[in-house]
Design a protein around this ligand. Structure first.
Ligand SMILES: [Zn+2]
Length: 336
């Protein structure tokens, strides 16, 4: 998820928001200010409802950020790199680079987020209880009680055992621990994500059609997102496992067809690019590699790649996908 604008850094991690977060922010603030608060606490001014709705939505997103920051901090402690945190339509994402080294690390990184949401829920619950004891059962109590409920709900939803939710990572850690097979664990969690996605779409459509409201459409949308993300995780897991242990030397084309950097682009297109049916050709001068020209680059200026020494081979994305196919054909039973 790409951040549309940056908010700054929290615990050394860049935090940004995607514009789509505005949609969910507006839905939450509007739902509280225009519906829930006026129904539960009638006869207040529209300004009071609006302020309470906006404040509750802001604090909700701060809590969401705390959830993601906790993932990022624990991931860093377990040796992973964190590219950043982005808030968007379906909440937050902490973009981690690399894989946890063992099931324990996976468990800690995934588990801390829902734990933080649960603790936030308990914290707001305690404040709500104190307000109620003090006889303050107005709009402020309503906002704090809503924050308690929504954070507990967030913790519960996130531990559903289905990728890409935190619970899916916990499931993956458990299967990985039990079988010692990380790929299989990823596939199990991804399949569970697919099942949850289908269930949410079914439940959402049923709610919407039976007139419960637009909340059903939202559920269906989340289900649709889960199915897409789970499918991507399964493909990534299979690709990663197929390429494990494969070296660049194994997939490259040795001694590839080369072209001279001195020739014109027209000659190059007519006599090399289409003649040899490669999407990329290395350029050489007196046997030394000087650059790489691709179909896309022919339209602009060929990029110079400064290299010394000899050209030994070339690897393109299609070489890598061929390696993946070969490996899956070789070992058809490993990751089922
Ligand atoms: Zn999380």
């Amino acid at each position: 998820m790409r951040a549309s604008f940056r908010l700054g850094r929290v615990a050394g991690v860049p935090v940004g928001v995607n514009w789509s977060v505005l949609v969910i922010f507006a839905l939450i603030a509007w739902g509280l200010a225009a519906n829930q608060f006026p129904r539960s606490y009638p006869d207040r001014s529209p300004v009071a409802y609006t302020l309470a709705g906006l404040a509750a939505a802001v604090v909700f997103f701060v809590g969401l950020l705390a959830h993601e920051v906790s993932h990022a901090v624990v991931a860093k402690r377990n040796g992973l790199k964190v590219d950043g945190i982005t808030l968007w339509l379906f909440g937050g994402v902490a973009e981690l680079r690399g894989e946890p080294r063992d099931p324990g690390a996976e468990l800690r990184i995934a588990g801390v987020g829902p734990l933080v949401s649960l603790l936030l829920g308990a914290f707001f619950g305690a404040i709500a209880a104190l307000l109620a004891l003090a006889g303050q059962d107005g709009l402020l109590f309503g906002a704090v009680a809503w924050l308690a409920g929504i954070n507990v709900l967030l913790a519960i939803f996130n531990v559903l055992p289905a990728a890409p939710l935190d619970g899916g990572r916990l499931l993956r850690a458990a299967v990985w621990k039990a079988t010692g097979d990380r790929t299989r664990a990823s596939v199990v969690a991804a399949r569970a994500g697919w099942v949850l996605g289908v269930l949410l779409i079914g439940l959402g459509l049923w709610q919407f059609l039976s007139g419960v409201g637009f909340g059903g459409l939202w559920l269906a949308l989340i289900g649709w997102f889960l199915i897409g993300a789970a499918g991507m995780e399964e493909r990534q897991a299979r690709t990663g496992s197929a390429l494990r242990g494969v070296r660049v030397g194994d997939v490259m084309i040795p001694q590839p067809q080369t072209a001279s950097a001195e020739m014109t682009v027209a000659d190059f297109v007519d006599h090399y690019l289409f003649a040899y049916r490669h999407s990329a050709l290395p350029l050489t001068e007196e046997g030394r590699p000087t650059g790489l020209v691709t179909v896309d680059r022919v339209r602009g200026v060929p990029a110079e790649v400064a290299t010394d020494g000899r050209l030994v081979g070339i690897v393109s994305p299609s070489d890598i996908s061929r390696a993946v196919q070969r490996s899956t054909l070789r070992t058809p039973a490993t990751s089922r």
